[in-house]
Design a protein around this ligand. Structure first.
Ligand code: SAM
Length: 267
């Protein structure tokens, strides 16, 4: 697994407890509501992470059984703390590019903010289509550009001023790098999906302190791996980022724009 996809070590807990409530929750509610319009009885979630979307699906689809999968078992371990496995919810390690499920076995496949981490998206789309019943729907969310996601942009700008000439590029390279609607449509078409639609959804992050934004983005994502490997002590870098953000916020919690592209297609 590449370091960019390694949600391991202290990342899962910080991701789940600080980053998810700050940035992900509104999108989870929207995406779950969208999935619920199809009233699926069996749902497969890929790249489920610590279960931000899974928890919403579990709440809004009380009759459905949900199989929630992720590449990193540590993310699923964190997820199961809040939503233990039951008759309705199964946590299972799986790579979205190679799903261990029968053909045509789910009514819906969902993926929230995970497709950007998958090296071979064509395979992931083909696998999603294979395991969907005919007419079943893939629904997914990917981040819009870094410029449209202001808290992450501020963190990148702080890092660029700390490391001039060789700024860390994780955000631009991975989570905010897959949002071209024409490209997304053509990839879904190539995988055989029909009725494809894509649209932008915008919110604001929950108001957050400089320290919470620094800790969640620097230590709660695989940016931590890039920084530890090439830029020095992670604790010191986090404090420096928090200091630079605080100089801008001056004690006022920051709430900036967040933006995502929702995509859907039928098998
Ligand atoms: C930004 S997190 C999103 C997690 C969750 N869906 C959410 O909205 O909070 C990206 C997730 O993709 C997972 N991931 C990365 N590569 C993957 C792959 N090839 N197959 C399945 N999951 C993958 C990571 O382990 C991580 O949990």
């Amino acid at each position: 697994m590449s370091a960019d996809a390694a949600f391991t070590g202290s990342i899962p807990e910080l991701y789940d407890t600080v980053l998810v409530p700050m940035v992900f929750t509104d999108f989870s509610a929207d995406l779950a509501a969208h999935v619920a319009t199809g009233d699926p009885a069996t749902v497969l979630e890929t790249a489920a992470g610590t279960g931000a979307l899974t928890r919403e699906l579990h709440r809004i689809l009380p009759e459905a059984t949900i199989t929630a999968t992720d590449l990193n078992p540590a993310m699923l371990g964190q997820a199961a703390k809040a939503l233990p496995a039951s008759e309705r919810i199964r946590w299972q390690q799986a790579d979205a590019q190679s799903l261990p499920f029968e053909d045509e076995s789910f009514d819906a496949v969902v993926n929230q903010f995970g497709l950007m981490f998958v090296p071979d998206r064509a395979r992931a789309y083909a696998e999603a289509r294979r395991v969907l019943r005919p007419g079943g729907r893939l629904s997914a969310a990917v981040w819009s550009t870094l410029e449209d996601n202001e808290a992450a942009l501020l963190v990148e700008q702080a890092l660029a001023s700390l490391f001039p000439g060789r700024p860390p590029r994780f955000f631009r390279r991975v989570p905010f790098a897959y949002n071209d609607e024409d490209l997304i449509r053509s990839e879904l078409e190539a995988a055989g999906f029909s009725g494809i639609a894509a649209h932008t959804v915008e919110h604001q992050n929950a108001p957050a302190s400089a320290r919470a934004i620094a800790v969640s983005h620097v230590r709660g994502t695989p940016l931590a791996n890039e920084l530890s490997e090439g830029y020095g002590d992670l604790g010191r870098i986090t404090e420096e980022v928090a200091r630079l953000l605080e100089a801008r916020f001056r004690g006022v919690p920051f709430a900036g724009k967040t933006s995502a592209v929702f995509l859907t297609g039928a098998a």
